[in-house]
Design a binder for this molecule. Sequence first.
Ligand code: SF4
Ligand code: SF4
Length: 91
Amino acid sequence: MDLKTKNELKEMDTEITDLPIIDLRKCSGCNKCIIACDHNALELIDINKERNKHGFFAWKKLKAVIKYPINCIGCKACYSVCKHKAIKFKN
Ligand code: SF4
Ligand code: SF4
C-alpha cells in the first residue's frame, strides 16, 4: 500500500482546494471574511508591525491573509462577504 507522510497529505489537500486569492491593495481590513470563515483559515495581520517595531511612525495597516490553507474547504463564504472585491478564486 502507498503510505503517504502527513506532510505529503497536507500538500495534496492544499493543491486540491481552490484557495482564496486576496488582493491586499483592495483589502480594507474590515474583518468580515475572518468572521465568515468557520474553518479558521484566515487571519487579519498588521503589515506595518515591523516598521513600528523599528521606531518608524506608522499606523496599523490591517490586511486579511490565509493563515491555515489546510483548513480551507473552498466554501467561498469569505468571497461572498467581501464588499471590496478583494477575494478571488481561480475557479
Ligand atoms: S472582507 Fe475583504 S476587505 Fe474585509 S478583510 Fe476580508 S478581504 Fe479584506
Ligand atoms: S473559502 Fe471558506 S473555508 Fe476557505 S477561507 Fe474562505 S470562508 Fe474560509
